[in-house]
Design a protein around this ligand. Structure first.
Ligand code: SF4
Length: 474
């Protein structure tokens, strides 16, 4: 997916006026926010599980090299081939080489955000391989030629009528309006691809060091067909996804579906260990696992390492007032919402993504709901500080803050200026005591009026109040 984060402000403004998107985003509150709250409330020991989840991720990261090597050793011992990819271009090269080696004409995919990072579909198609997305949301997006807007529900930005129109146009069938009928139609279109594909491509929610297995969490069953039917299976994921043991994974699985979709557990939790063995009824003949760095080791070495705990549940975006208002496409890359506003600048650089660390109110709702306790507002604040240090803040903001600091360090001048400002603003507010357009802060009043003060500063009012209460108590 191409990076367009530099257009965040313009896109956000456009998304606020998109009636279909605004209707679609309401689903977040109903399905995900409410669902998460209900499933979490069912657990007596939720905070203890959350603490354990964060500790497991920390332990894995603290010994990342050891667990990755253990994973490689155990996966290889069970017949898988592990590849290390420093960059997304390396991932594409490795997959295209595998496609050429095994004579692959068609690949079926289950949902994988890492392959979105790599723009793998484009690379494979350029190499002459037909790629078919089989997750329902990703399939819809492939037909619509759009990127995902959410890491768990990639097509959350569309309403049902848009999908009805799209299927009728692309499938050349009568327009269906019933969700069940639309799902059946997609299934009919996809079935043939599963049995004729030469390669299945999946991501991995976790990779397990002690067994050398990959694990995916899905709801549609397409993941199982992608990983078992084609003769070649390629699993692609980030190096940070390693978890020491199966027992550790069982703790994380208690958190992931609850926070992602408001489910106690997802329909399928599939663990794949090596290719098909003699006597197995299904499974690929060849199993390759590609582990991507793609900026992760740089993040690991920085003061933002906590971000690598992320288990990609999407709860932070579901609860974010900014994401809830503008949706995922405004963020301009694979990872939207608060986690994306940390990850995208970390992977792509602050220069190209300078609006993202500021695309948050710092209300801490994301930090409160994150199942592995990532302090997202703190990380966003750190990025803002880095922006300032690197001179990436707009000059007007820097000069404005410098002027404010100069005044704030001189209490007498500060008090005088506040007096003047309070009186001027009171005049501007008129009888209604509302200001429709603020000078130098027009953005603030674009969507609402500024309530004008009464004409007195806080200090004056405080003093007045003290005098009154003093007289009253005499
Ligand atoms: S940052 Fe936390 S809440 Fe957001 S996707 Fe990652 S694990 Fe989930």
């Amino acid at each position: 997916m191409q990076l367009t984060s530099h257009q965040f402000k313009a896109r956000a403004a456009q998304k606020l006026n998109d009636a279909n998107l605004q209707a679609a985003l309401k689903k977040l509150q109903g399905n995900f926010v409410k669902g998460r709250a209900e499933r979490v409330a069912e657990l007596d020991n939720f905070q203890a599980i959350r603490d354990a989840g964060a500790a497991i991720r920390d332990r894995a990261l603290a010994n990342l090299d050891v667990y990755l090597e253990t994973f490689e050793r155990n996966a290889s011992a069970r017949g898988a081939v592990v590849h290390w990819a420093e960059s997304t271009a390396d991932v594409n090269r490795i997959v295209c080489e595998l496609a050429a080696k095994y004579g692959v004409k068609k690949a079926v995919k289950s949902k994988s955000m890492v392959t979105e990072e790599c723009e793998l579909n484009d690379a494979l198609e350029a190499a002459g391989v037909q790629v078919v997305e089989t997750d329902l949301g990703e399939y819809i997006l492939q037909l619509a030629k759009e990127p995902p807007s959410h890491i768990v529900a990639p097509v959350v930005h569309k309403v049902k009528d848009e999908v009805s129109d799209l299927f009728a146009e692309k499938h050349q069938r009568p327009r269906q309006t019933d969700i069940g009928a639309l799902c059946r139609e997609a299934r009919e279109m996809l079935r043939g691809h599963f049995v004729t594909a030469d390669m299945g491509i999946s991501g991995a929610n976790f990779i397990i060091a002690e067994t050398g297995s990959t694990l995916i969490v899905t709801n549609e069953g397409n993941g199982r067909m992608v990983t078992t039917l084609p003769r070649v299976h390629v699993a692609i994921t980030g190096i940070e996804k390693v978890v020491p043991t199966l027992e550790d994974v069982s703790t994380l699985i208690r958190l992931l579906p609850r926070h992602a979709t408001g489910q106690t557990i997802s329909n399928y939790v599939s663990v794949t260990t090596g290719p098909r063995r003699a006597g197995d009824s299904d499974g690929p003949e060849h199993f390759h696992i590609i582990l991507l760095d793609g900026g992760r080791s740089q993040l690991y070495a920085s003061d933002m390492r906590e971000m690598l705990r992320c288990i990609r549940c999407g709860a932070c975006m579901n609860h974010c007032p900014v994401y809830q208002s503008v949706g995922g496409h405004a963020y301009g890359w694979v990872y939207p919402g608060p986690m994306g506003s940390v990850l995208t600048p970390s992977y792509a650089g602050l220069e190209k993504t300078r609006d993202l660390p500021n695309a948050a109110t710092l209300c801490n709702q994301c930090g409160v709901v994150c199942p592995v306790k990532i302090p997202l507002p703190d990380l966003l604040r750190k990025l803002r500080e880095k922006q300032f240090e690197q001179g990436l803040k707009p000059k007007r903001e820097v000069w404005g803050l410098a002027a404010w600091r100069w005044v704030a360090e001189r209490p007498k001048i500060y008090a005088l200026m506040m007096k003047i400002a309070a009186r001027v603003l009171a005049q501007m507010g008129g009888r209604e005591r509302r200001i429709a357009k603020l000078l130098f802060a027009g953005g603030w009043t674009n969507g609402r009026d500024f309530p004008a003060p009464q004409g007195k500063t806080f200090r004056e009012l405080y003093k007045q109040h003290q005098n009154l209460s003093h007289r009253f108590h005499r």
